[in-house]
Design a protein around this ligand. Structure first.
Ligand code: SF4
Length: 114
């Protein structure tokens, strides 16, 4: 897959306590706490909108620009579908709130084919 330079989250491991407060702020499922630290499990799931940044009480999250795999709405939906309706709703609300009409359309189309 072609990598592109785009906005993506950066996690400062020194500052991260693994408290998990950022996890609910990322309904796309891009972040998980693994071995006591927040980790991006796949760039494909990170939309670059920065919704999680303000949720970290320790200032461990910031937006940066780097080469990354492009965000993939279909992969996000595949990833979150098993997490239930509330997670899907939070994700759709997040897309709507940021005016991401194309991703919202893709998400709704994905949901319709299930
Ligand atoms: S909220 Fe901050 S400190 Fe807590 S897990 Fe997330 S990045 Fe780490």
């Amino acid at each position: 897959m072609n990598r592109v330079k785009r906005r993506i989250i950066e996690i400062d491991e020194e500052k991260c306590t693994g408290c998990g407060q950022c996890i609910p702020e990322c309904p796309e499922g891009a972040i998980q706490v693994i071995d006591g630290k927040a980790r991006i499990i796949s760039d494909l799931f990170y939309d670059g909108l920065g919704a999680c940044v303000g949720s970290c009480p320790y200032g461990a999250l910031k937006i940066t620009e780097r080469l990354s795999e492009p965000y993939d709405e279909r992969k996000v939906m595949e990833n979150i579908i098993s997490k239930g309706d509330n997670t899907i709703r939070a994700h759709l609300k997040h897309l709507h709130g940021h005016g991401e009409k194309e991703y919202l359309k893709q998400a709704l189309e994905y949901n319709c084919v299930l």
